[in-house]
Design a protein around this ligand. Structure first.
Ligand SMILES: Cc1cc2nc3c(=O)[nH]c(=O)nc-3n(C[C@H](O)[C@H](O)[C@H](O)COP(=O)(O)OP(=O)(O)OC[C@H]3O[C@@H](n4cnc5c(N)ncnc54)[C@H](O)[C@@H]3O)c2cc1C
Length: 529
């Protein structure tokens, strides 16, 4: 094996983001991936019938239109594009009503007013504050390494900043109650917060502004989520770098205390002139080093990493006609909505669903979101069909053990489909060409670092967020080992498709080794108002 300037473990979108940026900076990079395909949580598959494409993990690229990756890396030149649907989201209820969130603020407020005039006014205020005015701040928080709270307080001042920081005093439900009065609208926003893998703990309210800032920024990758890693791979290869598939990294070797090489499952050694970066989970990365280089406190935290109480179980359908929701009688705009929530009618049911997940039970009330991508981008299905999915929340160890997902797959599939049918008029057997259940156990099988079906490589709880992700020693993507960096979702600002951990690591590495950067890093967070 030739020497590379840097070696990256894992060809998910974060590993490849780091690789693409550093290729742009003129470095020769190797990316090593254990699967035979790239993308990790941004892969696209055809498990049912030819031409029916399904994003088995990430489907909603939230706020991706504001990502620095798009312009810095000129992603459109490498085949990546996205659609930002005008009707962004909807929540439909058993009584036939629905709330619809449009890109057009007035249309959204009209929809919310049918439930509560005061909630419509609140939405308008929050939208102006977080989705417009403070959006640059939220972007700079996302694309910079997390700062300790005292430093953040110094950089953010004034009444708006105070209000922004006050969300840390809330849990997930209290922050929604603080703003909204109508139970349906509260139900929508509390489910929405859970979607981002947040668990209900004191302090969890802090994610509210970030979530709200993207409430109308959901994008669909054209042709499949895999279009993003494919574009990043082209940049890597254009820069002379190499992608090595079907190779599992087993060990990171140090020399004189510096990260020097990696060892693959077939004992091949790949050396790095400058750095090794891990885009997989921090606990596994730690175990790949045979020396005690992290503090006892960091080791103990990573040994007890909380993967999360809830995962997602997805029912993918290859259909003749797209799903039609009964609530179109109430608001016909649901016909063109991208992300659709259903299953929950009250905030109590939302709470109960997550309690059942925590208790490792198949929830009595199945709730979650889904989409029919082919109705927005025809390339997701053959011309005479549609691909659609719904992913209710569910625990990894269902009814006590994860093996139950395999043993009782047909039973769980039927429960999910029957729930979906309650909201639709046309999910009859004659409309369905194929059904595929992708369980939390399958999530872990396909993507080994999504341990216990972890949607974001580790739950979003205050002790695993901000500078605590994964631990204070490691939160800037740098580690106590010279030349070793973390660039996956269990570091930086967490998971989701945004490339932020990869981007932050690219800035740290170019900084540490004085490499020329042909891009301008996102400025540090600042707010004086
Ligand atoms: C069901 C589900 C739905 C989701 N939906 C959304 C969504 O709609 N929107 C959103 O923004 N996010 C969503 N997510 C989360 C999102 O998919 C992840 O946060 C994101 O893909 C993580 O990217 P990453 O590059 O950090 O890691 P990954 O994509 O997990 O990439 C890590 C890569 O490393 C490889 N690897 C692991 N171990 C080794 C090893 N030892 N050697 C070599 N390679 C290794 C893996 O095979 C993988 O390819 C979803 C997740 C799940 C599970």
């Amino acid at each position: 094996m030739p020497n590379y300037d840097g070696v990256i473990i894992g060809a998910g979108h974060n590993g490849l983001t780091l690789a693409a940026y550093l290729s742009l900076a003129g470095l020769k990079i190797a990316v090593v991936e254990r699967n035979s395909h790239i993308g990790g949580g941004t892969s696209t598959h055809e498990p049912l019938l030819p031409g029916y494409k399904f994003n088995l993990h990430s489907n909603f690229f939230m706020g991706f239109g504001n990502s620095p990756l798009i312009n810095d890396l000129q992603l459109h030149r490498y085949g990546f594009s996205y659609i930002e649907p005008p009707v962004q989201q909807a929540a439909t209820f058993r009584d036939g009503s629905c709330v619809v969130i449009h890109k057009d603020l007035e249309k959204t407020c009209n929809s919310l007013s049918r439930f509560s005039k005061s909630d419509a006014d609140t939405f308008r205020e929050l939208y102006h504050l977080y989705a417009v005015k403070m959006k640059p701040l939220l972007g700079s928080l996302m694309y910079n390494a997390p700062l300790p709270l005292d430093q953040l307080r110094d950089r953010l001042s004034g009444p708006e900043a105070k209000e922004f920081l006050s969300h840390a005093e809330h849990d997930l439900f209290s922050v929604v109650r603080k703003y909204f009065v109508d139970d349906r609208i509260r139900t929508l926003f509390s489910s929405y917060m859970h979607v981002i893998a947040t668990e209900n703990q004191p302090g969890a309210g802090m994610v509210f502004p970030a979530i709200f800032s993207n409430v109308t920024g959901f994008t669909l990758p054209v042709g499949g989520a895999v279009a993003l890693p494919n574009a990043l791979r082209r940049i890597l290869e254009e820069g002379g770098g190499k992608l090595i598939l079907d190779s599992e990294v087993k060990e990171i070797k140090l020399e004189s205390g510096k990260a020097k090489s990696i060892v693959l499952d077939d004992r091949t050694v790949i050396e790095a002139n400058y750095f090794v970066a891990s885009a997989i989970d921090a606990p596994t990365t730690m175990k790949m080093i045979n020396e005690r280089v992290f503090s006892d406190e960091a080791r103990s935290k990573l040994d007890n990493w909380h993967w999360g109480n809830h995962s997602l179980v997805t029912l993918h359908l290859a259909l003749k006609e797209r799903p039609i929701y009964k609530s179109r009688e109430f608001d016909a705009d649901i016909d063109s909505a991208f992300n659709i929530f259903f299953g929950m009618d009250t905030i109590e049911q939302v709470k109960q669903c997550f309690e059942h997940c925590e208790q490792k039970k198949f929830p009595d009330v199945l709730m979650g979101n889904g989409a029919c991508n082919s109705s927005l981008d025809p390339s997701y299905a053959p011309s005479d069909g549609h691909s659609a999915f719904w992913w209710p929340f569910a625990p990894y160890e269902v009814d006590g053990k994860s093996q139950n997902w395999d043993d009782q797959k047909d039973y769980y599939l039927d429960c999910i489909l029957n729930n979906w049918r309650e909201y639709t008029t046309n999910l009859r057997e004659e409309n369905i060409r194929g059904k595929f259940l992708f369980t939390p156990l399958d999530v872990e099988r396909l993507n080994i670092n999504m341990r216990k079906g972890a949607v974001r490589m580790g739950a979003y709880i205050p002790s695993q967020l901000g500078i605590n992700r994964p631990h204070m020693e490691l939160s800037s993507t740098r580690t106590p080992v010279e030349g070793l960096y973390l660039c996956g979702s269990s570091s930086g600002n967490g998971g989701g498709v945004n490339g932020a951990p990869g981007y932050i690591a690219a800035n740290a590495i170019t900084n540490d080794f004085n490499f020329q950067r042909p891009w301008n890093p996102v400025s540090l967070p600042e707010w004086k108002n």
